[in-house]
Design a protein around this ligand. Structure first.
Ligand SMILES: *Cc1c(COP(=O)(O)O)cnc(C)c1O
Length: 434
């Protein structure tokens, strides 16, 4: 294979960054090959360092719901930057984004801006522990809440045991403060609350799990979680870093009609710049410094340029018909992909909620991490590369999802479906021969 500009850039990156990257999944380790260096994005498209064009479904891992370089966002960023990139003092851009969020998500009576989803989840859990004067947190296997120590935790060997570190460097004593329960396993959840309900500060959940591929909540799971946390005096934290403003202006809490005590946001609310937020009931949020005694801070939190980008993107989403259009585009993609999967004889499960989609090369239905693990990640890797060759950029891992944006056109969808049909036909033949 001839070497490319991307190859050369990646070689240089290897001398600067561990694995050549500044976030691990970008390295293509799960699918093999050399990552493409991306040099430009516009609308639904990205271009790599060798000038190749792709229809993009990564959307920077979710933030870019209006597409790349949306003119309204670019203008907002440029204007804000020209007036000063950071003050470390209150600024009116914070008010603008805060109001848009609170209007869309009334459960966020008070909120605080941070710089990432990781910070949002870490701070929300700290606050929940302070408010309840309890230490234990519950998370669900396969849900991701950023890389704070207490969230990098695997299930212990039995359903009611304390968590173990999922990364070296996380102290066992920290991991033991998080219990891990299977996603969608309401019985296990009841058992955990029955046994340790008086020690549980909070349960944190992705209301729609989108970091193990896409795994929707089964009917009754979220409402049971709400009921159990409430009756045991624990707080319910919805990590809506992906679902916030993705599943509609009100996020998953509006779609499923379950109101959490605290919500974490990120990704879309930054319009492609680094922003996170957490918020919820006023009486809880008032425990934060400077009103209360729970410490939390950030030099660049509420950064004017980032706030302006987020507000501009949310204003695009508030335009009449935006989510309806996104739904129609996503529906067309789902229908086309379903037909393509049906044509080939490769077993697969296609999941979609709104503009989030994911597939598992798996014959059985997938409802939790166990099911996800049974899917054929090697087949995904081959499909990923076959799509990349055909000009479609999907997430470089079987355990991630795809995102449709407002910039995807009907012809983008047609081209994507045609590429998938062609890719699957080739892979189907190859798997029959082997
Ligand atoms: C991406 C993500 C995070 C972490 O956000 P970062 O900005 O990458 O720190 C947390 N929770 C969920 C559900 C996410 O998808």
């Amino acid at each position: 294979m001839t070497s490319t500009h991307s190859d050369a850039l990646f070689q240089a990156a290897l001398t600067l960054f561990p694995g050549g990257v500044n976030s691990p999944v970008r390295a293509f380790a799960a699918v093999g090959g050399t990552p493409r260096f991306l040099t430009r994005g516009e609308g639904s498209r990205v271009w790599d360092a060798d000038g190749r064009e792709y229809i993009d479904y990564l959307g920077s891992w979710g933030p870019l719901i209006a597409g790349h370089a949306h003119p309204a966002i670019v203008t907002a960023v440029t204007r804000a930057a020209a007036r000063g990139t950071s003050f470390g003092a209150p600024n009116s851009y914070e008010l603008e984004l805060g109001r848009l969020i609170k209007q869309a998500m009334p459960s966020m009576e008070l909120m605080r801006f941070v710089n990432s989803g990781t910070e949002a989840a870490m701070s929300a859990v700290r606050l929940a522990r302070a408010v309840t004067k309890r230490d234990l947190a519950i998370k669900f296997a396969g849900c991701y809440h950023g890389h704070a120590d207490g969230m990098l935790v695997n299930a212990g060997s039995g359903p009611l045991t304390l968590g173990c570190p999922s990364s070296p460097g996380v102290p066992a004593a920290v991991a033991a403060q998080t219990m891990v329960v299977d996603y969608n396993d309401t019985d296990a959840l009841r058992a955990v609350f029955a046994q340790r309900g008086d020690q549980i500060a909070c349960a944190i959940v992705e209301p729609v799990a989108a970091n193990m591929g896409l795994v929707p909540p089964q009917s009754g799971f979220l409402s049971e979680l709400r009921a159990l946390t409430r009756s045991h005096g624990a707080l319910l934290i919805f990590d809506e870093v992906i679902t916030g403003f993705r599943l509609g202006l009100g996020g998953a809490q509006a779609r499923y009609q379950v109101s959490p005590d605290l919500t974490c946001l990120g990704k879309i609310i930054g319009g492609g710049l680094p922003v996170g937020a957490f918020g919820g009931r006023a009486e809880i949020m008032e425990r934060l410094a400077p009103l209360g005694d729970v410490y939390q801070a950030g030099t660049l939190s509420g950064n004017p340029v980032a706030m302006a980008a987020g507000a501009a993107q949310i204003r695009v989403l508030c335009e009449p018909g935006a989510y309806e259009r996104l739904e129609r585009t996503s529906e067309a993609l789902e229908a086309g992909l379903r037909a393509a999967f049906k044509e080939c004889d490769i077993p697969a499960q296609l999941h979609r909620i709104g503009s989030i989609f994911g597939f598992f090369f798996n014959a059985e239905a997938v409802r939790d991490l166990e099911g996800v693990r049974r899917s054929d990640a090697k087949m995904y890797a081959r499909f990923f590369h076959a799509m990349l060759e055909r000009g479609v950029y999907l997430a470089p891992s079987a355990f991630e999802v795809g995102f449709v944006s407002l910039a995807h056109s009907p012809s983008d969808i047609q081209n994507t479906v045609a590429a998938a049909a062609d890719a699957l036909a080739t892979l189907g033949q190859r798997s029959r021969r082997s």
